[in-house]
Design a protein. Structure first.
Length: 282
């Protein structure tokens, strides 16, 4: 049944986000070409003639249009992703649609997990599309990008040679997992805040916002105290930073991954408990 819930939630993506995901790299490529064309035109049109001025002005207009479209698409992806995360949970479980969803032969945790998985997938894809689009744009817009890319490659090669392929392969895998799990934690934190917010009669939106801020402050205090305790208990981290950076990075990301998973469990249990025991549908 969980699979059917996920399939139901994912269907709403096709009407809004998928076209934007496809459009973003295309627009970034056009943006990159327009910038390269503007630079090339300015270098070619050395003499200040009317014809050269017209060429430069035409290239500038095209670049301006593609710039507006590019940033417009990026902002649209950001807004639509945030709206998807909020609306699928708020409208699907806390408003009229919730009467139908909670009559289905499924557990409350399945409803929450379904929303969480879909929101995490959508967020990760949107982030990936944004990164790819920016890379495509910079490849054509920035002179010397090839040298920068080669420099990054040489730096990575040096690090791998110093600490070993296995260590840095694990670092890459852990980094990707940490990004995915971190995205899921952000989603579940929003869900927990909305679940708390629906307890505020007549001020549900304000309650959700206040709850989100309160959760953030509370966790910051807890994590700050935990960090102080760990820093006092562990050996000198400066040694690991200078002598064995790969191993230190591996351990650091592993600890962050475990902490983030712990956060997800806390927010999930909080959300499920509130929706199971204190649900207040509009």
């Amino acid at each position: 049944m969980l699979g059917k819930l996920i399939k139901y939630d994912m269907k709403s993506i096709s009407r809004t986000l998928i076209p934007l995901w496809i459009l973003a790299p295309v627009i970034s490529l056009l943006f990159s070409i327009s910038i390269r064309g503007l630079v090339g035109t300015a270098e070619y049109a050395v003499q200040n003639t009317l014809e050269n001025q017209a060429l430069i002005q035409g290239s500038a207009i095209i670049t301006g249009i593609t710039t507006l479209v590019f940033f417009g698409v990026m902002i649209a992806i950001l807004v639509m992703t945030v709206l998807f995360i909020i609306q699928r949970f708020w409208n699907g479980l806390l408003k009229e649609e919730g009467y139908l969803m909670f009559t289905l032969p499924v557990e409350t945790w399945e409803l929450v997990v379904s929303k969480g998985i879909c929101a995490t997938v959508v967020s990760c894809v949107s982030i990936l599309v944004g990164v790819v689009s920016c890379v495509v744009m910079f490849m054509g817009a920035i002179s010397g990008f090839d040298e920068l890319w080669n420099g990054i490659g040489q730096l990575i090669g040096y690090a791998v040679k110093a600490d070993g392929v296995m260590i840095w392969s694990c670092n890459v895998v852990l980094f990707v997992l940490l990004m995915i799990v971190g995205t899921a934690e952000s989603v579940y934190r929003v869900y927990a805040a909305m679940a708390l917010g629906q307890l505020f009669e007549g001020h549900r939106v304000v309650g959700a916002c206040v709850s989100y801020i309160g959760i953030g402050i509370a966790w910051s205090l807890i994590s700050g105290i935990f960090t102080i305790i760990v820093s006092l208990a562990l050996p000198d981290t400066a040694y690991y930073l200078t002598e064995d950076f790969g191993v230190f990075g591996l351990l650091y990301m592993l600890v962050l991954l475990l902490i983030t998973l712990f956060q997800i469990v806390i927010w999930h249990l909080m959300t499920v408990h509130i929706l199971s025991r204190h649900l207040n549908l509009e």
